[in-house]
Every structure is written in C-alpha cells, then in structure tokens.
Design a protein around this ligand. Sequence first.
Ligand SMILES: [Zn+2]
Length: 336
Amino acid sequence: MKSCGTGWFCFLLSTFLFVHAAGGRAAAQDGGWHGPRFPAKIAASREIKMGGATLQVDFADGHFDLPLDVLMQHVQAAAAAVTAYYGRFPVNRARVLIVPIPGRGGEPQGTTWGDMGGFQGFTRIRMGEHTTTADLADDWVMTHELVHYAFPSLPDDQHWMEEGLATYIEAIARHETGELTAQRVWGDMMRDMPKGEPAPGDEGLDRTHTWGRTYWGGALFCLSADVAIRRQTGNRKGLRDALRAIVAQGGTIDQEWPLERALEIGDRATGTHVLTQQYAAWKDAPVQVDLPALWKELGIRPAEGGVDFVADAPLAAVREAIAGEAKAPAHPVAAH
Ligand SMILES: [Zn+2]
C-alpha cells in the first residue's frame, strides 16, 4: 500500500506517522483524513480503455466544482503518461475511486493498493470539491499512483524503491505525453534530488526510513541507475527497458516479490549488473552521489527561471534519452 499526500507537508506528515508507528502503517496512512475509507455510494462510474487495459473510474457521492469530464480527462492523461513510459498500461484491470472532500480544494491525495476487490490495482484519490483546473495542472499525484501499478509489492524495508520509482518516473512519463517540458523535468530534479542524499547517521536505503530517503533517496537510486545503464550500454538501454521487462514478466503491484527478483530481471533486460550491484552498495551504506558533477556531465545548469541545457556536454545524449527537448510531442494529452 502506497500513500501519497496533498502537498509536501501532508505527504511528510503521513509518511512520518507511518514510519514511527511500527507495524501500524494502516493507522497512519491517511494523513489526517477521518472519514470512511471506502464510501458506500458511487454516484458515477466510467471506464477508460488504455494500452490494453480497462481502468474503471468511480466517483463517490458528493459535489465537485469541476465537471466529471474534466476529472476524467485528468485520469486519462495520467493513464496515457504511464502507458507512454511503459509501452502499455501495466495491469489489465484497475480501479480509481475519486472521493470528493467537502470544503477542500488544492491538489488531490492518493493511496494505492494491489490486488483489491478483484482489481490488480486500486487507487483512491481524495479530491477537494473546490479543486480547480489549475490545481490539476500542477498535480503529480494521479500519475504517481498509477506508476505504482508497474512494480511488484515489496517488503517494508524496500518501500523506498516503490516510492522512489513512482517519484522518478512520474515526471518523465508526463514529459512523454507533452504535459511537462524537459526543462521542467530536469529543473525539478535538480531542485529535489538533494533531498534524497544521505544525512549524517544514514545506514543505507534499506535501513533509513525517513521521508527524504524513501521518496527522493529512491528517486536518486533510479536516476543513478538510469545514467549508469546508459553509460554501460552506449545509451542503447536505460532504466525504462529494465522496468518494462519487470512488468512483462508479471512484476506488478498485485504480486509480492523480493526486490532482488525484480532487479535481476531488470539487469538481464539491459545486459548489465547495474541494478543488482547498485542495490548491494546502497542498501546498507550511505552512498553519496556527486550531484553537481552529474548535472554538469548531463549538461544541465541553472538559468533564469529554471534550467537550460548544454548541447555538447559529455552525457547530453543520455539527458535527451531520459527526457529530451528534441522529442517534445506535437499534441499534449493533458486536460488543461
Ligand atoms: Zn507513492
């Protein structure tokens, strides 16, 4: 079960609570929500057919300022982003339940489960009744939740991999459908990746269950692996190839796997040992990444209002392969 909050504060709070409620994750995952977990009354039910999958989208009874069509377009955009990244929608049957929260606005909050109620993936989105199109344009939660479908459920000590993957992939996937520019993707990474670096006393990702290490430490693991795979394969393979192979071999959220099994499949798909070796190094030791050096190699530098790119940087082609300016699509899929 993965719970991802409204804005970074609630996000932090809910994660902090679950980290400190040993064995009591269920009690704290809801970040301050005290209503019923699964409202009984469904006011509307629709379907999205996407990438070979059926996504059932249910709306719990209540009021939204926005028309349901606009909310549907938002789910559709997230599903399209995930489908673009993985080459297919990762599970065949999933359900998204959108619950209106009276008196609230802003970005939604999401929680995702595997293998629930006959669905391989189930996501509950709590959406303020006053949420606007501008809030949805800024929303990363919907895509993040759907990315969770595309990896097996892991033991608690590897929760960082589930969250890190969703954190890393979400923006790249939204870039692929034209929702986010490459400048936005890399600018956000440059701003946020330092949150994932080990602090003093860190004992590695499997043993340091802080918010920063879980979400951004996991994302940093993914970025480092992506770059390493691309270095070793002459940019012919990347993390995407590893992740697609894991999904193709049945590694989705409704399955419980040890992390090693997924990483071995991923490594075979890229013909490297990057994931297995990097996990061995990072799991119980505080590995530092020289981020300024990495940005420089990738050719990403701060600029007025964000970042700009250095065309002849040593790893410019790797940057372009992960999220490139050149492949900005012709038509945005986003609802806004
Ligand atoms: Zn998550």
